[in-house]
Design a protein around this ligand. Structure first.
Ligand code: ZN
Length: 57
């Protein structure tokens, strides 16, 4: 189920086959202490089915 996708989501490239995936299955925010928070997306490649993560800056 897809929910709460922010508008500032970047295209991510599959690490296995290079297919560009526009919408992440899931996103969350990482905010390490003393560092700038980044949004991380979990993507599923429609071509090969691999899951991979990508972060926006
Ligand atoms: Zn792929």
């Amino acid at each position: 189920m897809i929910m709460g996708i922010p508008e500032m989501v970047y295209m991510a490239k599959c690490s296995k086959c290079g297919t560009e995936v526009a919408k992440p299955e899931k996103t969350w925010t990482l905010a390490p202490k003393g560092k700038k928070a980044v949004t991380v997306g979990l993507y599923k490649c429609p071509s090969c089915g691999a899951f991979f993560r990508a972060s926006s800056k």
